[in-house]
Design a protein. Sequence first.
Length: 137
Amino acid sequence: SYSMLNRRKVKFVFNQRVTIKNGEINNRPFDFILDCRGLGAKKEQLLRGVRGEVARLYAPEVNLTRPVRLMHPRYPIYIAPKPNNEYVIGATEIESQDSGPATVRSTLELLSAAYTVHSGFAEGRLLGVQTGLRPAF
Ligand SMILES: Cc1cc2nc3c(=O)[nH]c(=O)nc-3n(C[C@H](O)[C@H](O)[C@H](O)COP(=O)(O)OP(=O)(O)OC[C@H]3O[C@@H](n4cnc5c(N)ncnc54)[C@H](O)[C@@H]3O)c2cc1C
């Protein structure tokens, strides 16, 4: 944990933009570097973005207790039950660098897939749709 690492004199530097190049972070050499910048490392690594969209629903009429994975021609969609009658429906996998808001098509496909699995989603409330880019080689 953080306090244990502090006791061992590990130095933390927060809120710092880093560039990693030739074994150096911001021009300082290190023996080992773990690069956890996700797509932030795109300039220096051969990374591309795989766009994902997830919908969060409040659906008290649905009674799924375990995650459900669908065999879908376009998306490997899953429904993940969360506390308080909430469900996360995800996720699209689209080859795209676009991190903008969710599209009509993706939202329709996520929501109709959920409705196909359980008709109780019909009266569910859409709490939000999130998008992101997964880093991939
Ligand atoms: C729609 C969607 C659904 C997903 N669903 C799941 C799921 O169900 N289960 C699952 O396990 N995973 C899922 N993922 C993947 C999951 O989000 C990622 O695997 C996870 O966020 C990766 O965490 P990370 O800390 O490696 O990278 P990130 O969360 O991408 O964090 C990288 C951090 O580096 C920082 N950074 C970037 N560049 C710099 C820089 N130059 N200097 C300093 N800091 C920098 C960023 O600000 C960020 O804070 C999903 C992804 C998407 C998009």
